[in-house]
Design a protein around this ligand. Structure first.
Ligand code: RAM
Length: 909
């Protein structure tokens, strides 16, 4: 018999084992839930945040299915060691699914202070994440913190921009450095150095804004560049947008380059030292940058370099004292959520060729924006000159006529001291080809490369299919975005224009937000849209605005005021952007009301369906021309609808009612003026039908018929589109919505002009401004307006992600908190793989068709839900790899990875 006492021992062990197993299990569960990609105001560990209540976001990592956050806890301290106590703020455990843009809820923040923060979350399966890594944000300067003075060259007032001025100041630090920040901005562009080292990696700082109302400054941690002993700071200035060429003129913002720099240093002994731009700084214009201009290029004479100009031990003998300008204040200064422009990648030449004219030309194989970087040896005084162009003409010669007056000429004069390395600083070029003149023999395939520059936005989307032409189209769309997202969204990056055309930006926004994280970029630009809005409510045609006369108010251009904020909210879940833009949106609506007669917006200048296809034969009444006021009325309706949506999100009930009444009137007036009783539009163009349908301007009973007319029109053009900037973004969406998906695919896959693939087959590596930038016979369109890097028609990307890959956002669950995966195969594609990094994490939608079976693989990020719609599925044939039951042609799933297979009803072509 076993004694009782003996019997107890294994029982005790069992308990202990169970206890440890329990703890261990809990821990593995807890570890399975973790947080990553923590951001404050869309940035990771930003320094220089103006916002009084900055917002925090995090993403959740876990392996399980259907995981949602049920609560979070945030803690903030100004000293890392006090984070556990949350000495500045503790949110406590807040029961909510909110994990995006959670506002700081503590008291008033001090300026110039680093705050540390951490977060942990609970999920719906009983897990708690560990506390996240410690992150921080640092507050910016308050207006009263500015002590530095604006300084300029002594002879300010004269046009002395060329050569580029240099400024410097030497100083001594008696102790080691504990902390140092440089707060800096300029009129014109700046590049700063401390003890000979370049500060930061950004170019074209302080960026382009509506300078007199909003001027950005940057904040740099410069502790590492400083040292105990003798130090110096040096700053180079360039004309940039402030006073350089801007479409047909110069000096739009001012005549004088100016600098404002405040270097705040804390020494190890506790002493605080400020090095401020003031009357003690020295300057010279005798530097190597002899000329620099955004459009025209740069001339750099390396023989003029003053070695060591930005270190302490330098003879300032020939430098002059600067002049302080007390009239320039600090009120308009601010920091920015926008990513700065940096060098993103470099491209090696594909080949060097000799053209029929005998020109030596380097082909980089990609139309890009940036500059050439040279690393070569040359004889002192020898110069090498680079001209930049997008295309060769049909004979194969270097073609620059479409650049209009922009010279895009970069000249470098060797100093003859061994290997010399150079790239421009205050000028960027749009090019694929570079013609070399001067000491041509110094250049070979190995000592030159092209550096690609754009705002530093993470790529969020990927899109790839079984069709290589379509993939090239996606490539071209992406490169159009890279080339035209250089601090502001521009129409083109090469000719003497490069402006923030509002119509182009609104047309492309949705596509842009698939390809890259454009939140900070557009948050900044929308502030300029608002700042530059005219007092009558019109939005200028270009932002930042600089023309002397007020030019704005065109339908489809000024509607940027409503279209981008609303879509920004939809795609990033950012209610703050709606709050930020609300008054501007309302003012824009009021402008349309004020310019209407009997609810018809029938006044003013309009660009219309810009650059639509113009047929040169008789089209039997189905012309491509669309009445500009018909277009205006459609956009009026659309903007008012977006205003209603916005007012609803912001809980402004009265405004919702008011705008709903207005919308009714706008639609009634539309019907009265532009639609026959049987639903025929006065303009029989594709764009007219597209806009009327997309914006719900027609009553439901007329829509199907109208869509038929649109389809008919397309067929009458042998399945070609005829739309311009305003109709094109919505064309395929409307076709899909009204059951003409096959026609949408036919248009997308169309290879002959006008179509998206026509330029691809002509060798395009970016999107063109015109459908026929290069005509079938190889000749060019009108040289006065023929950009080969213009993103507007790239707006088809939105349809490609939404319909081919099926990734669709939902307005009532913004930011992809809940979304749809509804791929619509067609166009002969056998597979499509796409992904999108959202504010919650990565969505994946990959599908393939083998025989009559389709497989869809989806990733749904934690804390989100998705509706998966199975196209053309045979009833009850859908099976999920891990056995999830699917009933019907769609299913709702929580987070996780899923693979669905099903039989197709018929062959999908
Ligand atoms: C040209 C460009 C630009 C367009 C304006 C109206 O400057 O094509 O993209 O928006 O015209």
């Amino acid at each position: 018999m076993i004694s009782e006492a003996n019997n107890l021992i294994p029982w005790k062990y069992t308990c202990l084992i169970l206890l440890f197993w329990g703890i261990a299990k809990k821990e593995t569960q807890a570890q399975a839930l973790s947080l990553y990609d923590l951001t404050c105001e869309y940035q990771q560990n930003p320094i220089g945040i103006d916002k009084v209540s900055p917002r925090f976001s995090w993403k959740i990592k876990t392996n399980g299915r259907d995981i949602r956050q049920t609560a979070y806890e945030l803690r903030v301290a100004s000293d890392e060691s006090e984070l556990k106590k949350g000495s500045v703020w503790q949110s406590g455990k807040v029961a909510t699914e909110l994990s995006v843009l959670v506002p700081f809820g503590g008291g008033e923040l001090k300026s110039k202070t680093r705050y540390f923060w951490q977060v942990r979350v609970w999920d719906n399966k009983g897990n708690i994440s560990p506390w996240s890594e410690v992150n921080f944000w640092e507050t910016a300067l308050g207006t009263s913190d500015w002590k530095a003075k604006w300084i300029q060259l002594k002879q300010a007032g004269a046009d002395h921009s060329n050569p580029s001025p240099q400024f410097r100041k030497a100083f001594e630090l008696k102790h080691a450095i504990k902390k140092a920040r440089l707060y800096i901005t300029s009129h014109g562009l700046y590049e700063a150095y401390i003890n000979g080292q370049r500060i930061g990696e950004a170019y074209f700082t302080p960026g382009w804004t509506s300078y007199h109302k909003r001027l950005q400054y940057q904040v740099y941690d410069v502790a590492k560049q400083l040292k105990k002993g003798d130090n110096a700071i040096g700053v180079l200035l360039g004309d940039g947008w402030f006073k350089g060429n801007l479409m047909g003129g110069k000096h739009y913002y001012g005549h004088d380059l100016s600098l404002l720099a405040q270097l705040e240093i804390e020494l190890e002994n506790g002493e605080k030292i400020n090095i401020l731009s003031d009357g003690t700084w020295k300057s010279t214009t005798d530097g190597p940058i002899r000329m620099a201009d955004n459009y025209n290029g740069e001339t750099y004479d390396a023989r003029m370099e003053q070695a060591h100009w930005a270190i302490a031990d330098f003879k300032e003998a020939n430098w002059t004292t600067v002049q302080v300008n007390d009239t320039l204040g600090y009120e308009q200064l601010l920091t920015s959520p926008a990513p700065m422009v940096t060098a993103q990648e470099s491209i090696k030449p594909r080949k060097i060729l000799t053209t029929p004219k005998g020109e030596k030309v380097i082909d980089f194989g990609q139309n890009l924006v940036g500059w050439v970087q040279l690393e070569a040896e040359g004889k002192k005084g020898d110069s090498v000159i680079f001209y930049h162009a997008e295309v060769l003409d049909k004979e194969g010669n270097f073609y620059t006529e479409n650049l209009r007056s922009a010279k895009q000429k970069v000249a470098y004069v060797f100093k003859g001291e061994g290997l010399e390395r150079y790239h421009p600083r205050f000028s960027f070029q749009g090019f694929r080809y570079v013609k070399v003149e001067g000491a041509k023999e110094t250049i070979n395939l190995n000592n030159i490369k092209a550096v690609v520059l754009h705002s530093d936005m993470a790529q969020t989307g990927s899109f790839n299919t079984s069709d290589s032409l379509l993939n090239q189209l996606q490539h071209n769309i992406l490169w159009g975005q890279k080339g035209n997202f250089l601090d502001v969204p521009t129409d083109c990056p090469q000719r003497d224009e490069r402006l923030g055309w509002t119509g182009d930006a609104q047309a492309f926004f949705n596509t842009a937000a698939y390809n890259m994280n454009v939140a900070g970029f557009f948050m900044k630009w929308l502030q300029d849209v608002k700042a530059d809005q005219f007092s009558n409510g019109a939005i200028p045609h270009v932002v930042p605005y600089y023309w002397k006369t007020e030019e704005g108010g065109s339908a489809g251009w000024s509607d940027v005021a409503t279209i981008i904020p609303w879509n920004f909210y939809r795609l990033y879940g950012d209610k703050g952007i709606l709050e930020q833009q609300y008054t501007s949106m309302a003012k824009w609506i009021q402008f349309m009301v004020d310019n209407s007669t009997d609810d018809l917006w029938n006044r003013g200048f309009h660009f219309g369906d810009w650059l639509f296809y113009i047929p040169n034969d008789d089209r039997d009444g189905r012309a491509a021309i669309t009445d500009k006021y018909l277009i205006a009325q459609c956009f009026f309706g659309h903007s008012v609808q977006l205003m209603i949506n916005t007012a609803a999100v912001l809980g402004k009930k009265e405004d919702v009612d008011r705008y709903e009444q207005l919308l009714q009137k706008v639609k009634t007036a539309f019907l009265r003026e532009y639609v026959t009783p049987s639903g025929r539009l006065v303009s029989s163009s594709q764009t007219a039908y597209v806009l009327a349908l997309q914006f719900d301007m027609l009553p439901e009973n007329l829509r199907t018929q109208a869509a038929e007319r649109l389809a008919d029109n397309i067929r009458s053009y042998d399945n070609h589109l005829t739309t311009g900037f305003l109709g094109t973004p919505y064309l395929c969406h409307v076709l899909s919505r009204f059951g003409h998906e096959d026609l949408a695919y036919t248009l997308l896959m169309q290879r002959t002009y006008p179509s998206w693939l026509y330029p691809v087959l002509k060798g395009a590596t970016t999107i063109w401004e015109r459908w026929d930038g290069i005509k079938a016979d190889g000749s060019f369109q009108n040289k006065d307006m023929n950009s080969f890097n213009h993103y507007a028609y790239g707006a088809i990307g939105d349809w490609m992600y939404q319909q081919i890959a099926g990734i669709q956002a939902l307005s009532d669950m913004p930011g992809y908190k809940e979304f749809v995966i509804a791929p619509r195969p067609g166009g002969g594609l056998s597979f499509a793989n796409a992904s999108l990094e959202t504010v919650y994490g990565k969505i994946v939608s990959n599908w393939k068709i083998t025989g009559n079976e389709m497989e869809i693989r989806v990733d749904v990020p934690p804390n989100t839900r998705a509706k998966i719609v199975f196209p053309h599925a045979v009833k009850n044939s859908v099976k999920e790899a891990k056995g999830l039951a699917v009933d019907g042609s769609s299913t709702m799933v929580g987070s996780g990875n899923y693979t669905f297979r099903f039989r197709l009803q018929e062959d999908v072509k």
